[in-house]
Design a protein around this ligand. Structure first.
Ligand code: SF4
Length: 438
């Protein structure tokens, strides 16, 4: 039996890419095993967006080195670090057999089966390469009832702190027909919720028909059996009225919008090359709430960007106070080699970054009671997915994408969307009981 093991770091796009590779290998008779120790090949899907990506990659691959020596296991690296470093990875760690940048993963099965080692491909030229979504990778899913689908790769925005445009290349959209076909396959396998993924979905454009992202949402919503649609991520500069109106017009489009602000200071936003001001950002939130008053908002923030003063940081706190987010993800700035921001001196001391990060998280903790108070006593609809690893109760996401524990749900509820009355607001989750009629 041919066995493979995949270890995935980073974002949902990486999880999705790992699933595609897994599907391609499975279609060729390989078996996905949960432990590296019983695999013949090990694939590490790397991420360079967050902290210490290189150390993480090499310490992870180094842990597998005894398997290479004793059992002849082959190790392959895919993802953003593979793109960024290419053959340098093999120069630093010659026990690695192959390096595949984003978009080159479809070559993995052939490289493995033909023994083309060592192999390096970190081309970002994905244009016209619809085969980066080969038929045997379509319709795979990593949860039973929900799935993500990548609608586009890459990004043209070049935010000054971000490595994505360098490692994932320029924006390339998939054909809508290919995306819709994948949705059909997923539905036939029992999926009822899909999340359409892209670094900046607002830039989506079908390379053949010119269909834009909002039109794609309307087309996806016509699919019988698809009960829920979500998407991420929207760049605030491109979020527009048409997309906001889709939240009102498409009943299956769930009321959650991830709109990363990154900072509340126009000066810092300028240095980040985000191409919007705080006033413009808030106007996009207003637009979303005009069409969908109950929409849940989430956002990303970076604190301690080079040159960020106390005054700039106070404006970030002000924005968080004003926007009323359901969820925020905040990070202390750290430079990514190769980005424009990495050329600027990292002026904010680390302890100051840590204290700003704490201040953001503390503010959000305080705000959660107020913002999520609106769910208390209310009946929400939850797609029951799986058991909580901690409490063992069944859980799933409500319409607003909040993880909800249902204390009296049973196995018969799995895969169903049920009414749940919320009795408790916890720091990261909601908790409630089934509504008797559901
Ligand atoms: S929009 Fe900016 S932060 Fe997002 S992927 Fe593109 S460059 Fe990176």
């Amino acid at each position: 039996m041919k066995r493979f093991f995949i270890r995935t770091f980073g974002c949902q796009m990486n999880v999705y890419d790992s699933e595609r590779v897994s599907a391609m290998l499975t279609a060729r008779g390989w078996t996905n095993v949960p432990e590296a120790s019983s695999a013949d090949i090990i694939i590490i899907n790397s991420c360079s967006v967050r902290d210490k990506p290189l150390q993480k990659l090499f310490s992870c691959s180094g842990r597998f080195l005894p398997l290479v020596r004793k059992k002849g296991v082959k190790i392959f690296i895919m993802g953003c670090v593979a793109q960024q470093l290419g053959k340098e990875i093999i120069e630093k760690a010659p026990y690695i057999s192959g390096v595949f940048g984003p978009g080159a993963e479809d070559m993995i099965p052939d490289v493995i089966e033909k023994g083309l080692f060592p192999f390096v491909s970190n081309s970002t030229d994905l244009l016209e390469r619809e085969e980066i979504f080969p038929v045997d990778s379509k319709g795979n899913f990593f949860e039973q009832y929900t799935s993500s689908i990548t609608v586009m790769h890459g990004c043209n925005n070049f935010c000054s702190y971000c490595i994505v445009p360098y490692v994932r290349g320029k924006e390339v959209s998939r054909k809508a027909s290919s995306i819709l076909e994948e949705i059909d396959i997923l539905i036939s396998r029992g999926v009822i919720e899909v999340t359409l993924l892209g670094q900046n979905v607002n830039s989506y454009k079908d390379p053949v028909t010119g269909m834009d992202f909002t039109e794609l949402l309307y087309e996806a919503a016509k699919k019988p059996g698809l009960e829920r649609i979500r998407f991420m991520t929207s760049h605030p500069k491109d979020f527009n009225e048409d997309l906001a109106a889709a939240f009102r017009n498409i009943p299956s489009l769930m009321p959650h919008l991830h709109l990363p602000a990154q900072s509340g200071s126009d000066r810092v936003l300028g240095m980040m090359n985000r191409k919007y001001s705080t006033v413009e950002y808030l106007s996009k939130i207003e637009l979303a709430r005009k069409h969908c008053p109950d929409i849940a908002l989430s956002s990303d923030f970076i604190v301690g960007f080079p040159g960020e003063t106390e005054k700039d940081f106070d404006k970030t706190l002000e924005l968080i106070n004003t926007a009323d987010y359901d969820v925020i993800f905040a990070f202390a700035y750290s430079p990514r080699p190769g980005t424009a921001a990495s050329q600027i001196a990292d002026t904010v001391p680390e302890d100051e970054k840590a204290s700003r990060l704490n201040a953001v998280l503390e503010l959000q903790r305080k705000k959660i009671r107020k913002v999520r108070g609106r769910y208390l006593g209310r009946t929400v609809k939850v797609l029951v997915e799986k058991e909580s690893p901690k409490s063992g109760t069944l859980m799933g996401r409500n319409e607003h994408n909040l993880l909800t524990h249902i204390i009296d749900a049973t196995d018969a509820d799995r895969g169903r969307i049920i009414d749940v009355r919320i009795d408790e607001i916890l720091e990261n989750t909601l908790r409630g009981k089934k509504n008797e009629n559901s």
